[in-house]
Design a protein around this ligand. Structure first.
Ligand SMILES: C[S@@+](CC[C@H](N)C(=O)[O-])C[C@H]1O[C@@H](n2cnc3c(N)ncnc32)[C@H](O)[C@@H]1O
Length: 246
């Protein structure tokens, strides 16, 4: 990703997202000019005197539905021609690392946070938004989902993480140079000092200094954990040149 990537978060609750965007990793990256993240209050685009953004659902039912006019106007105000517009939604395609890698190549990402009973369907049609879910559970709003997308994309932007190798080694990440659409496997266990904690010793091989042995051990452990916990990942995994050592 060459230019500073721009991420726009459109929300009814800017105060929920701003502290996160100012803190730790993302805040530091913004201050260094590595990320251009903007927050827009959807309510600023309401046109009636009550500043309303929601209304009762046609056909009856619980909750209020986000109205077309303010949400579409907010998207049209911030989104450039190349923007990828994503609507946070439990109905959406579950976010995975392959999609995060693709998004990290986008010039601009617009993240739409829903609330209440969700978006009037025509908002999605009119903006061409792709619905994205962060898991099979229901939150009260899209803010946490938008922040999850933001942080996952941010850590792939060169310079944001101290060590550029870190994201390549993480769970779900493909080995360097392979196609982003190929899934990675889960990470091996990691340890730090002390060598023995309450009788639990760090595996001998990690103290051996033998880098080839350490790599072989880590690879075998990563495959074992993935097979135990997420065998589905192995079906589409890019296992690189090495084969399963077992
Ligand atoms: C209470 S939810 C609406 C749920 C909607 N009525 C449904 O059943 O699909 C309000 C908003 O929270 C956000 N949200 C809730 N769960 C989410 C999830 N798992 N992933 C992404 N966004 C979510 C969406 O923006 C959604 O519009």
């Amino acid at each position: 990703m060459a230019a500073t990537p721009r991420i726009d978060i459109l929300t009814l609750f800017p105060d929920l997202v701003e502290p996160f965007l100012d803190g730790a990793l993302v805040g530091a990256a913004r201050r260094k000019g590595l990320l251009d993240i903007r927050v827009t209050d959807i309510r600023d685009f309401s046109t009636d005197r009550h500043r309303s953004v929601d209304d009762a659902p046609y056909g009856g039912g619980d909750g209020m539905v986000l109205k077309c006019e303010p949400v579409v106007a907010a998207v049209e105000e911030v989104a450039g021609g190349d923007a990828q517009v994503l609507a946070m939604s439990p109905r959406g395609r579950p976010l995975d690392q392959a999609r995060v890698v693709e998004l990290s190549g986008a010039k601009q990402i617009v993240l739409l946070c829903g609330r209440y009973a969700g978006f009037d369907e025509r908002i999605l049609q009119e903006t061409g938004a792709e619905e994205v879910s962060i898991g099979d559970y229901v939150l009260s709003g899209g803010e946490l989902a938008a922040l999850a997308v933001t942080e996952a994309v941010a850590r792939l932007v060169p310079g944001v993480l101290g060590n550029p190798e870190s994201p390549v080694r993480d769970s779900f990440s493909s080995p360097k140079g392979s196609a982003p659409a190929r899934a990675g496997i889960l990470e091996h266990p990691v340890y730090t000092r002390p060598p023995v904690f309450r009788g639990r010793a760090v595996p001998e091989v990690l103290l051996s200094g033998n880098h080839a042995e350490i790599e072989r051990y880590r690879r075998a452990e990563a495959l074992r954990i993935t097979r135990d916990r997420r065998p589905d990942l192995l079906e589409n995994a890019d296992l690189g040149a090495e084969s399963d050592p077992e």
